[in-house]
Design a protein around this ligand. Sequence first.
Ligand code: PLP
Ligand code: COI
Length: 355
Amino acid sequence: MVTDTLDIKISKIENSRLAETDYGNLVFGQTFSDHMLVADYKNGQWQNFEILPYGELKLSPAISALHYGQAFFEGLKAYKLQNGQVSIFRPNKNAERFNKSAERLCMPQLPEDLFIQSIAALVEADRQWIPEQENHALYIRPFMFATEAALGVHPSSSYKFCVMTCPVGPYFSKYLKVKVETGYSRASDGGFGFAKAAGNYGGSLLPAKKAAEEGFDQIIWTDSREHAYVEELGAANIIFVLDGKLVTPSTRDTILKGVTRDSILELARSWNMPVEERRVAVAEVLDGIKTGKLTEAFGVGTAATITPIAEIGFEGKIYTLPDPAKAAIAAKLRRTLDDIKYGRTEDTNGWNYIV
Ligand code: PLP
Ligand code: COI
């Protein structure tokens, strides 16, 4: 809910880079729109909200974000609706998760209305950058990091909140070949897997690199105690269609509570499709592939959207799923969600925040 109007200083760019940007060849996260938003947390208060030309920040090498990892981010998207309006998909959910991450990393809360107004103002400033092609959107990356220049290990006394945006196409360009990870862990009980902490991604890079060397696109993370239960993918949650039911690992402190996952489960329930949020054993998944009970599996996330899985690797063996091109439930969910996001159907859930 928006309560007060946020005072944002706006300094617009002199020469937009839009005309020289090739929308036919966008690589995810490599093209940044003209402006960014920056705000400071000092003396216990958020202040100096400013939209300015996208560019470098001047920072001390001693800032604690760089040494002790007080840093986290969010990811959401803005869409050009069929009627020409601009909409951001469920920013209140990202605001909520932003503050859960902040709490776990001992960083300050940013009230939901400040989060949403900041993002909306930045999207408004770069509204011309929102792609109009199918499967494209303006990816929004809000983040917070500690800025106190001090090497003692303690919570920083100052922080920056920044937002930048990127016109993007699909994150994955093909069906996924994923590896069940049974050695490394992404998160452990009591840790901060549920937070969108920068460190969760840093720790995932070496296992992901090794998996890529074996020919896999992504890792299926498993629980850190037994490596017997499915948790999520590296950049998305995971959903299976088992015995005609939508089955997904229940969220816990090791799993990121995805907005896409939540939206999909809500849609499926509204269609009276059986939904199960529970522990999902790796053995059950592999067995389901062997017996034909598992008919679809897909990664779901803001960047990933809904991407079907074609093959699962486990302990040196490859398990092939039914042809993902015929994954009807994934396709129906994807179509329905896209119709809402691009304003082709009525937004009966109130998910689109019109800028
Ligand atoms: N899990 C991880 C580790 C992610 O990085 C993401 C992407 O944001 C997700 C799940 C999906 O979350 P969401 O649907 O909110 O984008
Ligand atoms: C997102 O979908 O927003 C993500 O965070 C994925 C990302 C790490 C590229």
